[in-house]
Each structure stands twice: as structure tokens, then as C-alpha cells.
Design a protein around this ligand. Structure first.
Ligand code: FES
Ligand code: FES
Length: 162
């Protein structure tokens, strides 16, 4: 007979804030963020690691949160889309997406913004090729990608203002 899963306490830092939640160890980080912590920015697209809409940073590494058991996130630093703006001041990437039309339906946008944020943290002045490569794991069904890449390049060019 199978024993039912038991919840445990998971402590992690989300967008700079220490959080402790009770969760099933194998539940998806995506679900913990959305349903237990109320952070609904990360989206579920495919649910199987293909679309990137659930992307977050875990200890500085870009991960698909639909593939991460929350137990694995114990003690880590998580950054979600909610952590990008500073109060009412949008991050340069968010501002550039607004100006360039980088978001349409918006399902892919949080994941793409986090992937681009990760890129700029490592390559403040990326080439066009590097921008495309860094977003290769993020699918968008609406924009055709041109405006997205343009927005990332625009934000990078404004790097000194960030
Ligand atoms: S929902 Fe996680 S990769 Fe698609
Ligand atoms: S804006 Fe709709 S999927 Fe990208």
C-alpha cells in the first residue's frame, strides 16, 4: 500500500525575502511559487520543460520551475519576474518591452524577461546572436521574436541607466 505524501517545511529566499512554506517535497517549484506564495508571474505553458514560460533564477541559474521539485529549492535564492521592478520603477528590460512591443498576449513574457535579465547579468552588452541564443529556450507564439530581441538590445544599450 502506498503511503500518502507528507508535507514538509521548505525555507528559501524569494526576491530577497526569506520565506518558509509547507509543501509536498516533490511538488513543482512553479506551483509553490504560484499557489503557496501568491507569485503568479511565472506562467505554466507546456508543463514539461519545453516553453520557458515558467523560468526563474535559482541561485543565479536559469531554470524551468515546472521541472524543479520544491525540495531542491530548499535554501536557495529564487528570483521571479516580481523581483525585477524596484517598487513602481520598471526594470530597463520591462520598459524596453513596453516601448518595443515585446509583449502581446504576455504568457511568455515573464519567462523571457527573466531569461533576458540573466543574460544581461552575465553579458551586459550582448551581440544579436547572443540575445537570440539566450532566448532559444523560450517560446513565443505571438511576436515573431523580432520585437523581443530589439527590446533586449535596447535595454542593453541603456545599461548605464539601470
Ligand atoms: S511550463 Fe515550464 S517549460 Fe513550459
Ligand atoms: S506574447 Fe504571446 S506567447 Fe509571447
Amino acid at each position: 500500500m502506498n503511503t500518502p505524501p507528507v508535507q514538509c517545511e521548505i525555507s528559501l529566499t524569494v526576491n530577497g525575502e526569506a520565506r518558509t512554506v509547507r509543501a509536498y517535497p516533490m511538488e513543482r517549484l512553479l506551483d509553490t511559487l504560484r499557489h503557496r506564495l501568491g507569485l503568479t508571474g511565472a506562467k505554466e505553458g507546456c508543463g514539461e520543460g519545453e516553453c520557458g514560460s515558467c523560468s526563474v533564477l535559482m541561485d543565479g541559474v536559469l531554470v524551468n520551475s515546472c521541472l524543479v521539485p520544491v525540495l531542491q529549492a530548499q535554501g536557495t535564492q529564487i528570483v521571479t519576474i516580481e523581483g525585477m521592478a524596484k517598487g513602481s520603477q520598471l526594470h530597463a528590460l520591462q520598459q524596453a518591452f513596453l516601448e518595443c512591443g515585446g509583449a502581446q498576449c504576455g504568457i511568455c513574457t515573464p519567462g523571457i524577461l527573466i531569461a533576458a535579465f540573466h543574460l544581461l547579468s552575465e553579458r551586459p552588452r550582448p551581440s544579436d546572436e547572443e540575445i537570440k541564443e539566450s532566448l532559444a529556450g523560450n517560446l513565443c507564439r505571438c511576436t515573431g521574436y523580432a520585437q523581443i530581441c530589439e527590446a533586449v538590445a535596447q535595454a542593453a544599450n541603456r545599461g548605464d541607466e539601470r
